[in-house]
Design a protein around this ligand. Sequence first.
Ligand SMILES: Nc1nc2c(ncn2[C@@H]2O[C@H](COP(=O)(O)OP(=O)(O)O)[C@@H](O)[C@H]2O)c(=O)[nH]1
Ligand SMILES: [Mg+2]
Length: 179
Amino acid sequence: MVSITSKIVMCGDYAVGKTTFVQVFLGGGAENGYRATIGVDIGKKVFEIGVHKIVFQIWDLSGQQSFKMIRRQFYNRTGGAILVYDVSRRETYQNMIQWKNELFQNAEVIPIVLIANKIDLRETSEDFVSIKEGETLANSISEEIDQEIPYFEASAIQQKNISEPFRTLGKTILSRLEK
Ligand SMILES: Nc1nc2c(ncn2[C@@H]2O[C@H](COP(=O)(O)OP(=O)(O)O)[C@@H](O)[C@H]2O)c(=O)[nH]1
Ligand SMILES: [Mg+2]
């Protein structure tokens, strides 16, 4: 049995649903919590994977995100990353490339998952990003960094596929420890 703490960064454009996603994931529980600091919110959740325990320390940029100093600290010593876009706003999907580049300019090659959020809006948007496009993006990043990038369709509002991305990240982080 291992017990570790792992920093996870939430990456993606403004208003894609990162904060909502984290808040739903954190839920209640005395061990969990959310701490606001300047430019970044840090959430904490104790998560069990089989017999192992992983404490997720989730970093979520808030408000003004353009300070370089904050950005460097943001990526420092991170154990995993969650890339999030909004299926109802195509530019947030296109900007994933920039987020991925910024991540790898500042961090090692770490476990990543890709999340297509707000799938509840698919019917209402005319130019929504499809599942196929999401999978294509995940595959192209996978090939680039030679590491599988799991892809999830989620709705933070409908509480759909919230824990799974974290579970997958956690499993990958734990499996790397064994090597
Ligand atoms: N329809 C829908 N709205 C969402 C979803 N997730 C977040 N939102 C809304 O999108 C807006 C931005 O969310 P927020 O979490 O602040 O985005 P952030 O800037 O990425 O942290 C808020 O009004 C949320 O209620 C979702 O899955 N579906
Ligand atoms: Mg936010």
